[in-house]
Design a protein around this ligand. Structure first.
Ligand SMILES: [Zn+2]
Ligand SMILES: [Zn+2]
Length: 261
């Protein structure tokens, strides 16, 4: 399994990109920044996008990915004619109604026509796996103000978990502790400790709270843990607060990270 970080921040600033991960070169987990990181050639290899929830920092790239794919289709032969968007049914409904609604952006599920569109929607359900080329992707429900799932990835007997956006949440630890060979996880850590009130109402975590919640992980210290969704302007203070927690095998994710499992 190959996991390439395209963006890992909960805010957008010069040089800091929104959350998006490319799995095995063909599958996106969240679409915060695919079109500003990937070349057109790399983008055309994307066949699937699994979307955790409908906040703009996770879906904005769908708009430009679809636009680029449609132009590519017009200009030359293309292998992957469409991209399948996988998300909870309520999230797909929100995207149709409020985003790709022909007002904010064209409805690429109908372009160029309904029979052969650029985007196809496929609803997913919590705990029901989708298998693509040997990679199993299972949604795990998270704690966020809108419907949201993280994802368990499982390939060749190795598992990896991406929490997506979440506050304190037992479901992720239940799933994590059941895996036979969990090789790592990416978990929300968005705000410094003195913004705990904001983390509580917005369904995110602070270093202190994240450290507390991580105690539920049986393999704590044994497997690498990567923090993501930090607000870029608070990185310096958050870095100090994370150091204070002194958790082994834990660090902030970076945009240059790539993992081969
Ligand atoms: Zn987010
Ligand atoms: Zn969110």
């Amino acid at each position: 399994m190959k996991i390439r970080v395209l963006g890992c921040y909960g805010g957008q600033l010069l040089g800091f990109h929104l959350s998006s991960f490319l799995i095995n070169d063909t599958i996106l987990l969240d679409a915060g920044s695919p079109t500003i990181i990937l070349t057109l050639e790399e983008q055309r290899h994307i066949e699937h996008a699994f979307i955790s929830h409908t906040h703009l920092d996770h879906i904005q790239g769908i708009a430009f990915l679809a636009d680029n794919r449609s132009l590519k289709r017009l200009s030359d032969e293309i292998v992957n004619r469409y991209i399948t968007i996988h998300s909870l049914q309520e999230n797909l409904d929100t995207i149709s109604k409020h985003f790709l609604n022909n007002l904010v952006w064209p409805d690429f599920t109908m372009i160029p026509n309904a029979e052969d569109p650029i985007l196809k929607f496929r609803p997913i359900k919590p705990y029901q796996a989708t298998v693509i080329d040997g990679l199993s992707i299972t949604p795990i429900p998270m704690n966020h103000p809108v419907p949201c799932t993280g994802f368990l990835l499982d390939q060749d007997g190795k598992q990896f978990i991406y929490s997506a956006d979440t506050g304190v949440n037992d479901a992720i630890w239940d799933v994590a502790n059941k895996q036979s060979n969990l090789c790592g996880l990416i978990i929300d850590c968005s705000f410094p400790n003195n913004y705990q009130f904001l983390a509580d109402i917005s369904g995110h975590m602070t270093p202190k709270q994240m450290a507390q919640d991580l105690k539920k992980l049986d393999k704590l210290g044994e497997i690498p843990i990567y923090l993501f969704h930090m607000k870029p302007e608070t990185l310096a203070i958050m870095s100090k607060e994370i150091d204070v927690e002194n958790i082994p095998n834990l660090r902030m994710l970076t945009q240059d990270d790539e993992f081969l499992l």
